[in-house]
Design a protein around this ligand. Structure first.
Ligand code: F6R
Length: 576
């Protein structure tokens, strides 16, 4: 979590860093700040809120760093905002991650006379660097020593009054963008895509220095790393006339689902071989990606594969059950989710990644990767990445059944229907969101694959509208949850072919106790207050979830929330 940006070149760093931070706000937006080098020391402007609230004047100086924060250590206030400085004011540091041993380091530094201003773990870094530089060590060596002293997960960028930048990382992402005599550092490539598509993804333990050129060091030795092309279009990371990224990303899905279906045949064959060779296949992810993983498990079972599925933060406690002849299919948008990556670290099995972000840690660490090709997803709530993940997992099912081409065609046809689903239900989605915005509690239910639909619809709605929404299997209702139903409580029911009659009964059991029932399915039923009709389709999950993404978006806007930045959340959850 937290977004960091660094710039070293010949333009005004404050402007470039500011624009970069705007692209990283999805990683956190509790507080923000920018530090620029030059004349006579490093200047820092920071505070609570987004970078627009802090509104730094665009200072001179052609080197700088910036930060947009999702708080971990220390409350949300001006002092705890990054960048943090050393005692001399010549060094300013931004950091993404957690320093586990900061309390012990802080005590030692205080005993040596260093003064701390904030409650953050980050502040130990500029003071440690200050001590190293006092000894007149080369910058990369000083940074290496700091990296060797701190424990935890971190991506750190420091700017010095000389205009030099230094960065190092462990278990948190950091990318270097390389243009003509200009260099960019960022938590992901989106801040610098408008300037360059040449990037290097830094590895754990590497130190990089920037001063009119870049040098990368590993264990004190300079290493040769060539930039490579990143094929994400800068245009895709803009709102393109939509009020919010989320709206744009929901509406992009007819294209992104198609892109997901265009998996390279060799890549698919390799994925199929990995699945077929595995004794047991584990599917895992967190949040929305875990619901995609759980659906993927159901798809693979239909192709006779033995599958276990569990959310990564729980699978972590059972990795001793996984052996090297198994396979873990790891599903993620960002490819940086700490709960997922640490589970994979403990797993002896090879990993097949189903991931969106090119160059992410997951993609780099996995034995094989299927990119879902959804393009940059900026809205914090996952939308197009989810349908792209479902499309890829469904394609794996088709490929396992020797029906790759038929499967691809079938998913393309599903994608064609998405526009119509959104268009036809426009008025209805508007009515449902107006109705829901007045409610305090909502339940979503479904059977079989309708269960994952119910869970994902509940997550979208709660994280965007802040209404209490719970999703569970329809059959579970009468085992306790029905006690919460009273007059006017909405129950949203996903009606799939499997378990259709039982799902109808579960829904009517709620209605007879006063619930307002909302249905989703291919056959409208007149007892429902609202019914969203979806065409019959072999890949219907893709069609069923999209109206609920839109309903969640509209409810959020109507309640005056910011759908791109729901409160307390961040997109890349790089802490455990
Ligand atoms: C919810 C949402 C989150 C993510 C989860 C995993 O809308 O986006 O639940 O799905 O934090 O993130 P990734 O997919 O990046 O691993």
């Amino acid at each position: 979590m937290c977004g960091i940006v660094g710039y070293n070149g010949d333009r005004k760093a404050s402007e470039i860093v500011y624009r970069g931070l705007k692209k990283l706000e999805y990683r956190g937006y509790d507080s923000a700040g920018i530090a620029t080098a030059g004349n006579p020391t490093v200047k820092v402007e920071k505070g609570e809120g987004t970078i627009d609230d802090v509104s730094p004047e665009k200072k001179d100086g052609t080197s700088g760093v910036g930060h947009t924060r999702w708080a971990t250590h220390g409350g949300v206030n001006d002092t705890n905002a990054h960048p943090h400085r050393d005692c001399t004011g010549d060094i300013a540091v931004v950091h993404n991650g957690i320093i586990n041993n900061y309390e012990e380091l802080k005590e030692k530094l205080e005993n040596r006379g260093h003064e701390f201003k904030s409650e953050t773990d980050t502040e130990v870094i500029p003071h440690l660097l200050e001590e190293q530089l006092e000894d007149e060590k080369p910058l990369h060596e000083a940074a290496q020593n700091v990296a060797d002293t701190i424990e935890g997960s971190y991506a750190v960028v420091a700017v010095l009054d000389t205009g030099e930048l230094v960065a190092f990382k462990n278990e948190s992402p950091l990318a270097l963008g390389v243009a003509d005599e200009e260099f960019f550092l960022a938590s992901d490539v989106t801040p610098f895509l408008e300037h360059t598509d040449e990037a290097i993804f830094l590895e754990d333990g590497e130190v990089i220095t920037l001063n009119g050129d870049y040098q990368i060091f590993q264990n004190g030795e300079e290493v040769d790393r060539e930039p490579r092309k990143v094929d994400w279009d800068a245009e895709e990371a803009c709102k393109e006339g939509h009020e919010h990224f989320m709206e744009k990303e929901i509406k992009e899905q007819p294209q992104t689902v198609k892109k997901a279906a265009f998996q390279d045949e060799t890549d698919m064959k390799e994925a199929v071989k990995m699945v077929e060779d595995a004794e047991t296949v584990y599917l895992t992810g967190c949040g929305t990606a875990s619901f995609a993983a759980s659906l993927g498990a159901k798809y693979l079972r239909e192709a006779d594969v033995e599958v276990v599925t569990e959310q990564s933060h729980e699978l972590e406690y059972r990795t001793d059950e996984i052996n090297e002849d198994d396979l873990v299919i790891a599903v993620s948008q960002s490819g940086e989710t700490a709960d997922l990556l640490s589970t994979l670290d403990d797993s002896p099995a090879p990993t097949l990644a189903v991931v969106n972000v090119v160059g992410s840690t997951l993609a780099r660490q996995s034995e094989h990767t299927l990119f879902v090709n959804a393009g940059p997803e900026i809205g914090v709530a996952s939308t197009k990445a989810f349908t792209a993940q479902i499309a890829v997992l469904k394609l794996v099912q088709y490929a396992l059944q020797d029906e790759l081409e038929e499967g691809r065609r079938s998913i393309l046809e599903t994608a064609e229907k998405l526009d119509e689903v959104l268009r036809k239900n426009e008025g209805l989605m508007d009515d449902i969101s107006s109705y829901l915005q007045e409610k305090n509690h909502v339940f979503t239910i479904g059977r079989d694959k309708g269960h994952e639909m119910a869970q994902e619809a509940a997550l979208k709605l709660k994280e965007l509208s802040y209404i209490h929404v719970e999703g569970f299997p329809g059959g579970e209702f009468k085992h306790g949850n029905l006690a919460l139903i009273e007059e006017g409580v909405p129950v949203i029911s996903f009606l799939k072919d499997t378990g259709y009659e039982d799902a109808i009964s579960n829904t009517l059991e709620a209605k007879s106790r006063g619930a307002d029932i909302i249905g989703v399915g291919s056959e409208p039923v007149d007892k429902f207050r609202f019914f969203i009709e979806i065409p019959k389709d072999p890949n219907s999950e893709i069609l069923e979830i999209v109206p609920f993404q839109m309903i969640a978006y509209l409810t959020s806007v109507k309640k005056g929330n910011d759908p791109d930045k729901p409160r307390n959340l961040a997109k890349s959850v790089t802490v455990k």
